[in-house]
Design a protein around this ligand. Structure first.
Ligand code: NBP
Length: 490
């Protein structure tokens, strides 16, 4: 038996409820179900009242309410809950029905689930959904992957609910990404890039506040100005607004200054970092950002250490002190240098993200379209930014572009930002302010642009202690040396 709903949604927490309302608002009839069924009744009596919804209290009722081929989306906590739901749904569904997981699922799970659901005669979609509560309601970025035969059935609905960009606001931030776990992988890289962007902004804040002496009012103005230029993005915009928010607990001053400096994390940055290690690609920005959150979480240890470990203030010699003053003394010049450091580091961060996508795509044979991935992130999601148009353009012109840093626009942008970037990292180092992401980005840039790195010595060490062999620059072949015999005699 099947009903007349166009779409079914399971999981009425923040994301599911808002996404269901979004789908209904585009003219679709929506069936909803939640494990705790009182949430179904609350939705129907509240935000969905008078709208085209069917509330259900069992999975049987839910499946029966939706027209075939059924489009059934789960927006529940990622992990075992999704497997449990798949197991319950398969016997209730008919051949050709489509199960969609919109959660933040580890892509390996989606690879496996796609095969499992396909073997049961159904189609499976693992869709990255980004944009949080507001995005889900008004237009998220959607990154669907899985059984490609599902795409024609869900395309119109997904593109209708997705964020729109472009001069006429008519380009949806939703396209088919690729087979099996490709959509969830692209979403994970989006989240990892988000980690990097946030850490970079936080480093800019600490530098401007502690070395530049900027007040929250001044920081507001700086971020407002930055949001009108090449850094224009959702994260710069909300950061600007944060600097103007007053304490909501009745205290004096600004809320940002009252917040404990301990960062939380849900794990997608860690996944990207771990997978970068597995692939052997240096995604140093996300990794640094994950570690920076980890260090922030050691608040008690840091508080103890702060009482005993000294910074450079007493140990700088007069020349170094003068240099530090020169680098930070002119307030506007310092603000501009921090801007440039942020911009160049951001370019490196995205370059690394796309290199990881390329490596993953090759490993899993996903045939990802990188320009399209940039477009999917152009609206609706946390990393939405003007900047992504340039990335789309870069991969549009050169689909096999090896690294974004080699695209003329970014090459020139980094070239122009380089002096400020180096000045900021130097000043921070001289004055004892941690800038792990700014310096990781600069180190990647310098490592990437140098033809010769000291890995020759590393290979010699490996061969010396472990006979791991090495190659030479002047002849073909694999070599091993008896290093002790080659020592220069005194
Ligand atoms: P949560 O991740 O907090 O999950 C809560 C939902 O999962 C509730 O509907 C809950 O039902 C249901 N659920 C759980 Br928990 N275990 C279940 C089970 N065994 N069987 C059936 N349902 C179960 O919700 P959320 O924050 O709305 O996020 C949903 C998904 O979207 C997650 O994967 C999340 O990572 C992802 N996501 C979230 C955001 C965001 O901004 N929050 C953004 C992008 C993606 P109950 O009411 O009965 O407990």
């Amino acid at each position: 038996m099947s009903g007349d709903c166009d779409f079914g949604l399971i999981g009425l927490a923040v994301m599911g409820e808002n996404l269901a309302l979004n789908v209904e608002s585009r003219g679709y009839k929506v069936a909803v179900y939640n494990r705790t069924t009182s949430k179904v009744d609350e939705l129907l009596a509240g935000r969905a009242k008078g709208k085209n919804f069917v509330g259900t209290h069992t999975l049987e009722e839910f499946v029966a309410a939706v027209a075939r081929p059924r489009k059934l989306m789960m927006l529940v906590k990622a992990g075992p809950a999704v497997d449990a739901l798949i197991d319950s749904l398969i016997p209730l569904c008919d051949e050709g029905d489509i199960l969609i997981d919109g959660g933040n699922t580890y892509y390996v799970d989606t690879e496996e689930r796609t095969k499992r659901v396909e073997a049961a005669g159904l189609l499976y979609v693992g869709a990255g959904v980004s944009g949080g509560e507001e995005g889900a309601l008004k237009g998220p970025s959607l990154m669907p992957g899985g059984t490609e035969a599902a795409w024609p059935h869900i395309k119109d609905m997904f593109q209708a609910i997705a964020a729109k960009v472009g001069p006429n606001d008519d380009i949806p931030c939703c396209e088919w990404v690729g087979p099996r776990g490709a959509g969830h992988y692209v979403k994970m890289v989006h989240n990892g890039i988000e980690y990097g962007d946030m850490q970079l902004i936080c480093e800019a804040y600490q530098l401007l506040h502690e070395l530049g002496g900027l007040s929250n009012e001044e920081l507001y103005d700086v971020f407002a100005k930055w949001n009108e230029g090449v850094l224009q993005s959702y994260l710069i915009e909300i950061t600007r607004d944060i600097f103007s928010a007053k304490d909501d607990q009745g205290g004096d001053g600004y809320l940002v200054d009252k917040i404990l400096d301990v960062a939380g994390a849900k794990g997608t940055g860690k996944w990207m970092s771990q997978l970068a290690l597995d692939l052997g690609v240096p995604s140093t920005l996300v990794t640094t950002a994950v570690f920076a959150r980890g260090l922030s979480a050691q608040k008690e240890a840091r508080t103890r250490a702060s009482k005993t470990l000294n910074g450079p203030s007493d140990s700088l010699n007069p020349e170094m002190s003068a240099l530090a003053k020169k680098l930070t003394g002119d307030k506007q010049a310092f603000i501009d240098a921090v801007h440039d450091a942020l911009y160049a580091s951001k370019i490196v961060s995205y370059a690394q993200g796309f290199v990881q996508l390329q490596a993953a795509s090759a490993e899993h044979d996903w045939k990802l379209d990188y320009g399209q991935a940039a477009l999917l992130w152009r609206g609706g999601c946390i990393i939405r930014a003007q900047f992504l148009d340039r990335i789309k353009e870069a991969f549009g012109e050169q689909p096999d572009l090896e690294n974004l840093l080699l695209y003329p626009y970014f090459e020139e942008a980094v070239e122009n930002a380089q002096a400020g970037w180096r000045a900021v990292v130097s000043a921070a180092s001289l004055l004892g302010i941690p800038v792990p992401a700014f310096s990781a980005a600069l180190n990647y840039f310098d490592g990437y642009r140098l033809e010769r790195l000291p890995a020759n010595l590393l290979q010699a060490q490996r061969d010396y202690f472990g006979a791991h062999t090495y190659q030479r620059v002047d002849r073909e072949g694999t070599f091993h040396s008896e290093w002790l015999d080659l020592r220069k005699q005194p």
